[in-house]
Write a protein that binds this ligand. Structure first.
Ligand code: GCU
Length: 634
């Protein structure tokens, strides 16, 4: 229903019916023209359009970047948010006030406050913030040529951990979770000319967060990924997905199916979304249904995306004044007994685990250049697979994996001992899972969604993971589900995989630190493994610490020789386990951890990297590289 002010009175006019009637007439005529090569549902004029959680492919849109220096205020007591009665202050720092006269009392001033680079964590930008956990306020002023026919969405690729966002002094929303994107429609709040955004960022760890208070990675706080204002048509393409059709596969046929979603205002007249896949000769007009969605399916036999041939197809959607391009690969992944089968062939996953840190340095990585550099290091190691631990990495990593031909295990930080008994905590985990899948569902490289890492084996955890797995399958039936476990016990001299969580997943991840946290390195080669499950297993972690350049007896901890010995005997052990179909040793690069203070060796670095923080390759790097060359038939 639209309200129109006229002659001083308000006339409520039910325009929807008129629009529906007109668009039905319009669509009937268009229906006859739609391509017969593509199946779309019966035509209905759209009423209220579904609003998508997250815009798909945001960085291919018309946008204003807010990356660059932001003014910041460190606020450990949240003085800019609460008054002295610990109530939200309506005149907090988000008002971006300044003294208008000499008698005014304003006890902050963004314009004179320190600058921090966005994207970027604060820990590695200012020495005094290295260990800081708390609130930092960010402020950015900018000018906008506002188009009254457009919609404006403020899109954050990620903020760790909690963000409260204000535009021109008005709160537009809050987001929790440090590694997934979020957005707010700010069309109303933005004005032509000068504007400002203020974000309250709080990276404090909380027992009821996801992750919880203890992790073995640095709690980098800040606006750690890009910030963008997207300029969209009032009615715009908000979401889409395309993949090989599973039903067709079951019939031995090859089809591409998917859907595309309009959001925003109900379309006036034009309900045709054009879809093109030029290389596959597809160019069709799709008619949306009453929610603004058009599903499609068409015969096609694209080159299958694979590490050795990471073929991506240009996909073009057109609606109104918008042309939206993406690059999408088409591949088939499934399990068959103990095998992982890619495009019909069993595959061995030659992987490595990766934390999201700058290559050759520290701090959060976020850019395309860093993504390419990190994944190129994995390729040089001989990998066809990477485990992006322990949280969703930035979108550049997934797009680079698509282009470089690296299969991906992508994960949410249900890490160690979260509060499995809490429904509120479950909702946080499910939200992050949903945001991860929503953002990355079109990335062919991703074959595994992981819902947990090293969680304790008990009923509450089983129930928690069972719900998460069901949610993942509901969101995406095309990928495999996994989780990493460290609960295997030694029974009768053999390691037994008998954790009931394995019933829930397609592929079982096993973290084992034979020769580091238990046993001597030389004990590992003879270690036998048994599994209660006829499923593929990935050894998702093994490894040892070494300080690059420290050499000595192989029995001496922290020497490169010790680490190399651990790799030697673990590789020998793993290579003999018939149901192991891949591995992601821990870890590509030394990374910052608050759990690793050992002076002169760790100094708050976890030293299990195959390369140091400055990129020096350790002895074990070459051993793994040679092993993978053998595995690849090199
Ligand atoms: C664990 C955990 C990692 C951690 C590693 C280690 O298995 O999954 O996050 O860094 O072991 O102890 O180094």
């Amino acid at each position: 229903m639209f309200t129109i002010k006229t002659c001083g009175t308000t006339l409520k006019v039910l325009l929807v019916k008129l629009v529906l009637l007109l668009s039905c007439i319009a669509m009937q005529s268009m229906a006859a023209e739609k391509s017969s090569s593509i199946q779309t549902p019966a035509l209905h004029a759209p009423a209220a359009l579904a609003q998508s959680l997250l815009l798909q492919n945001p960085h291919a849109r018309t946008a204003i970047s807010l990356n660059g220096p932001w003014r910041t205020i460190v606020d450990p007591y949240e003085n800019g948010f609460y008054n002295h009665r610990y109530l939200e202050n309506p005149n907090g720092y988000f008002k971006n006030a300044s003294a208008k006269s000499p008698s005014d009392l304003v006890e902050y001033d963004f314009s004179k406050s320190p600058l921090l680079e966005v994207p970027g964590d604060w820990n590695t930008q200012l020495e005094r913030l290295f260990f800081y956990e708390g609130t930092v306020w960010y402020q950015k002023s900018f000018s906008l040529t506002k188009n009254s026919h457009k919609r404006y969405v403020l899109y954050f690729d990620a903020v760790n951990y909690e963000a409260v966002v204000y535009v021109n002094g008005e709160k537009v929303g809050r987001h929790e979770g440090g590694f997934t994107p979020f957005q707010f429609d700010v069309t109303k709040q933005l004005q032509a000319g000068d504007n400002f955004v203020v974000v309250k960022v709080d990276n404090r760890r909380e027992r009821d967060n996801i992750p919880t208070v203890n992790t073995d990675w640095w709690n980098y706080g800040g606006i750690t990924r890009p910030v963008t204002i997207l300029e969209l048509d009032r009615t715009y393409i908000s979401d889409y997905t395309l993949s090989l059709d599973l039903q067709a596969r079951a019939l031995g046929k090859s089809r591409i199916s998917g859907w595309v979603q309009l959001s925003g205002d109900s379309p006036k007249g034009n309900t045709n979304i054009h879809l093109q896949l030029p290389e596959l000769g597809l160019d069709s007009a799709l008619d949306v249904d009453s929610s603004g969605k058009a599903s499609f399916s068409f015969e096609a036999n694209p080159q299958r995306w694979a590490p050795q041939n990471p073929k991506l197809y240009k996909v073009v959607f057109r609606y109104g004044s918008e042309t939206l391009e993406d690059e999408i690969g088409f591949r088939d992944i499934r399990v068959q007994g103990e095998d992982i089968v890619l495009n019909g062939e069993p595959i061995y996953l030659r992987g490595i685990s990766i934390h999201e840190e700058k290559p050759g340095g520290e701090g959060r990585a976020w850019s395309e250049a860093e993504a390419v550099k990190i994944l190129t290091m994995a390729k040089e190691l001989g990998c066809n697979f990477v485990r992006l631990a322990h949280y969703p990495h930035n979108e550049n990593m997934l797009r680079a994996a698509d282009r470089l031909g690296l299969l991906v295990w992508s994960e949410i930080p249900v890490y160690w001992t979260v509060q499995f008994e809490s429904e509120a905590v479950y909702q946080k985990a499910e939200q992050q899972l949903t945001e991860m899948i929503q953002r990355d569902k079109n990335r062919a490289a991703i074959i595994l969604w992981s819902v947990a890492n090293e969680t304790p084996n008990h009923n509450l955890r089983f129930t928690f993971l069972k719900k998460l797995v069901a949610k993942a399958r509901q969101l995406d039936a095309t990928r495999l589900i996994t989780a990493a476990s460290d609960t295997q016990q030694t029974v009768g001299g053999a390691k037994k995989i008998d954790d009931p969580f394995a019933e829930l997943v397609d592929v079982i991840g096993i973290n084992t630190y034979c020769g580091w946290y238990s046993d001597k390195p030389s004990d590992c080669a003879a270690m036998r493994w048994q599994s209660d499950y006829n499923k593929p297993v990935i050894i998702s972690e093994f490894g040892a610490g070494a300080l690059a350049g420290l050499h000595g007896d192989k029995n001496a901890r922290w020497t490169e020789e010790y680490q190399d010995d651990v790799y030697r005997y673990n590789l020998e052990m793993i290579d003999k386990i018939p149901f192991v179909k891949g591995m992601t040793p821990w870890i590509l690069k030394d990374f910052r951890s608050p759990r690793r203070p050992l002076p002169e060796i760790q100094d708050y670095w976890n030293r299990k990297g195959l390369v140091s923080e400055s990129g020096e390759r350790k002895q074990a790097w070459y051993r793994l590289r040679d092993f993978y060359q053998g595995k690849a038939g090199g």
